[in-house]
Design a protein around this ligand. Structure first.
Ligand SMILES: Nc1ncnc2c1ncn2[C@@H]1O[C@H](COP(=O)(O)OP(=O)(O)OP(=O)(O)O)[C@@H](O)[C@H]1O
Length: 564
């Protein structure tokens, strides 16, 4: 047994409620799974329609993993004894009605699931939970966080008070205040500490963590450099939001082959996030787990907790997560069960450097990475990035979505003294996200140094910037031809959508051009008056004015430049 198993299994099995905290990858799954089996076997047979044990986990992936560990243990049941069975209850793959049907026909005693589906399942009149013996909350602190709490209260109301309850996590202490509400009676706290001889650590001792301080536009090139040069079989890269995973996965799929080193040739990329439907989500994770090739998974915090993929030996965090505990869970996907692993986090130059000190206070041992010159790779990256963005307008739409979601993510940081919105580099990240123009968003209103009209490139003819999808392009062309026509509004063109916004801002821009024309005209008239010309020499004046306007226009319509 691992230390957490040796200390918590006897307690949990001997009718004690337990709260167990031990670092990632230390074997907590077995530490609750064995007692669940023991407690149910000791209680004797349960009747059809009754649940005897519930294990709850915050994500579908984690619930599925626990269910499969259950099955691999239950395979070893002596045939003469009660046959224990488990059932998986997660949304997205089957209906509640099907789950209930299966439960009644296969009579499992244990259910493993995510809170939402578990609640719906327990609410079915055919399912009884009054004889429940044991409840486990894996990743308990996460489950108790806002969002799940109403669901969990609903589940707890349906369970008998006479039961054993166990809370497990690598960071369970933050949930201690909630214990009474969760219904633990005189729980025993088991905290398994690790250390490097001198100091206690909150991460496995076999996990080596480094941080790099980078400018916004160096982050993705540095990621490419890292996945090109680091030694790993499988690596996980954490992005802040679903939209940023979608965006950078599309970008890297297209341009990374051009930037690969011989060391990384043949490496497969995968992407996983919470907005994928269940089918592709499961398929992607299985493919990542089962591929024999060197592979990299781009993902969000949906894959931060609990996932046990032993071959993962490198974890990269493009940005720190919005709360510090998540850092430990993300990094802990590597260095599991005594294996060696490496964690990297990219901090934005400026205020974010303080995050390293905060982690040290949180008992994370980390070092600053050596500075590496990646200027050639960066130049090559942005050349390819520019071509890719300009290749289709869809790419820019994706960039806008990813950027907006990143800004919103940044506002959610709990450590506001380090991650200050007032110091957020809107322009730097706009360029890093490949934007031609910053989107209009409330957060930008009070920001400093935003270029006029949000343009990040000197000029671009947005009217000529096409969608690859013929239907989208057709719609865009129709909008273009309608945009000046007041009738378009009457026809009900959407007002609040991003397109409506861009239409609005384009209208604003045209107004400005008109204003500028008027100004120039006035200047010309004033100048000619000074020269003694009569304002009635209108033909000549009109010609001068046209030339002036044309010159200004020419300046504005210079080739698209994309300096990043
Ligand atoms: N007694 C044991 N001996 C050897 N390996 C073990 C033992 N118990 C568990 N393991 C292995 O350790 C790995 C990590 O276990 P597990 O996923 O339960 O960790 P955890 O503590 O729940 O981590 P996390 O906090 O990240 O969820 C798994 O691959 C598991 O098979």
């Amino acid at each position: 047994m691992t230390p957490v198993q040796a200390s918590s299994i006897p307690l949990f099995c001997s009718n004690k409620d337990v709260v167990v905290e031990a670092v990632t990858g230390s074997g907590k799954t077995i530490a609750f799974l064995i007692p669940v089996i023991e407690i149910i076997l000791k209680a004797g047979l349960v009747h059809r329609g009754h649940v005897a044990g519930i294990v709850m986990a915050p994500t579908r992936e984690l619930a599925s993993q626990i269910y499969s560990v259950f099955n691999s243990v239950l395979e070893f049941q002596p045939s003469a004894s009660t046959t224990l069975k488990a059932q998986l209850l997660i949304g997205g793959s089957s209906t509640v009605a099907n789950d209930v049907q299966k439960f009644l026909s296969e009579t499992p005693q244990i259910v493993v699931g995510t809170p939402g589906r578990l609640l719906e399942f327990l609410q079915s009149p055919q399912v009884r939970s009054s004889r429940l013996e044991v409840l486990v909350l894996d990743e308990a602190d996460r489950l108790l966080e806002l969002g799940f709490d109403k669901t969990i209260s609903g589940i707890l109301r349906m369970l008998p008070k006479q039961r054993r309850t166990g809370l497990f996590s690598a960071t369970v202490t933050s949930a201690v205040g909630e214990l009474v509400r969760v219904g633990l009676r005189n729980p025993v706290k088991v905290i398994v500490k690790v250390g490097d001889g001198e100091h206690e650590l909150k991460v496995p001792t076999t996990l080596s963590i480094s941080y790099s301080v980078l400018t916004p536009d160096s982050k993705i090139p540095f990621l490419i450099h890292s996945i090109n040069t680091l030694k790993y079989r499988k690596a996980i890269v954490y992005f802040p939001t679903c939209a940023s995973v979608v965006y950078f996965y599309s970008l890297l799929m297209s341009i990374w082959p051009k930037l690969q080193s011989s060391k990384s040739a043949g490496t497969q990329l995968f992407s996983l996030h919470g907005k994928l439907s269940q089918g592709p989500r499961t398929k992607t994770l299985n493919n990542f787990i089962n591929t024999v090739n060197k592979s990299v998974l781009l993902t969000t915090d949906v894959a931060a907790r609990g996932l046990d993929i032993p071959e993962v030996d490198v974890v990269i965090q493009i940005d720190p997560p919005y709360e510090a505990n998540m850092f430990l869970h993300r990094a802990g996907r590597a260095a599991r069960a005594g294996r060696y692993g490496e964690g990297y986090v990219f901090l934005t130059k400026g205020r974010e450097e303080g995050y390293a000190d905060l982690l040290r206070v949180k008992k994370v041992r980390l070092l600053e990475s050596q500075e590496i010159d990646i200027s050639d790779l960066k130049t090559e990256f942005y050349r390819n990035f520019r071509d890719w963005i300009l290749h289709s307008r869809e790419n820019h739409d994706m960039a806008v979505k990813a950027y907006v979601s990143y800004v919103r993510f940044y506002t959610k940081h709990t450590m506001t003294s380090i991650f200050r919105m007032s110091e957020f580099d809107f322009v730097g990240f706009g360029r890093a996200y490949g934007l031609l123009r910053l989107p209009s968003m409330p957060e930008l209103k009070s920001a400093q140094g935003i270029p006029e009209n949000g343009w990040l490139v000197e000029d671009i003819d947005m009217d000529a910037y096409k969608y690859k999808d013929p239907q989208k392009e057709q719609a865009r062309l129709e909008q273009l031809s309608n945009r000046d026509c007041k009738a378009a509004t009457k026809l009900g063109l959407p007002k609040a959508t991003p397109k409506a916004w861009s239409e609005q801002s384009e209208r604003k821009e045209r107004r400005e051009v008109r204003r500028e024309k008027k100004k120039v005209k006035k200047e010309v008239i004033a100048a000619s008056n000074l020269n003694g010309d009569s304002p009635s020499d209108s033909e000549e004046l009109e010609a001068d004015w046209k030339t002036l306007i044309a010159d200004r226009k020419k300046k504005r319509k210079r080739n698209i430049s994309f300096e990043l």
